[in-house]
Design a protein. Structure first.
Length: 201
């Protein structure tokens, strides 16, 4: 959909067609508004498709205040999109969040914190072609009831996984664990104050 002009200057004529176009875009949403990337040979898509390429956990209601249970919001984001952004904040989870094949969970750095308030895995994948990067996973609560052999970041039967620039602190079991995995790269990581192993392969 193309509008004649969106710049209003003295003497601008607002046509009936233009108003209808704006109204349709508002009613029908971003699927009716085109977006052309500012690059040579780029392809026009819709604003809706462009926004869906990377979503934020905040789009699904995650708060990141360290108090609200953000488990469902983070999981909903991971289920809905291939690339999920974790803005700076403290996101408490009370059960495992799972990254599907082809998925990515990427923060802004160690200020993007997932506080694992469960006794089980924090971030998990059993898929392929997965990226976990630029975030921190922190354990919370007492050691009572924790599950041995399960990492704050846990990979199992996974392949082509990259874990990069992550920090794990206070895990009630292992920091990062990997079981029966192939083609996994774990780099630029800090693991501190775990009850079991730091890194278990």
């Amino acid at each position: 959909m193309t509008f004649p002009s969106t710049v209003f200057v003295p003497g601008t004529t607002i046509t009936h067609e233009w108003l209808n176009g704006v109204n349709n875009a508002i009613v029908d949403g971003s699927a009716n508004i085109n977006y052309t990337p500012p690059f040579t040979d780029s392809v026009t898509t819709t604003v809706g498709n462009k926004l869906a390429q990377t979503v934020s956990v905040a789009d699904f209601g995650a708060v990141g205040d360290g108090v609200t249970d953000d488990t469902a919001a983070i999981q909903a984001a991971l289920d809905a999109a291939k690339q999920v952004f974790l803005p700076t904040g403290n996101y408490m989870i009370t059960s495992t969040v799972s990254i599907p094949s082809g998925g990515a969970l990427v923060g802004e750095g160690f200020g993007s914190i997932i506080t694992n308030n469960s006794a089980y895995r924090g971030v998990y994948t059993g898929g392929s072609s997965v990226l976990i990067a630029n975030l921190r996973v922190v354990g919370s609560g007492s050691a009572a009831g924790h599950v041995d052999g399960r990492g704050a970041i846990h990979l199992e039967n996974a392949s082509k996984v990259v874990v990069n620039n992550v920090s794990v602190y206070g895990a009630r079991s292992t920091g990062i664990s990997c079981g029966t995995c192939t083609d996994v790269e774990i780099s630029n990581f800090i693991i501190d104050n775990t009850l079991e192993h730091g890194l278990y392969l």
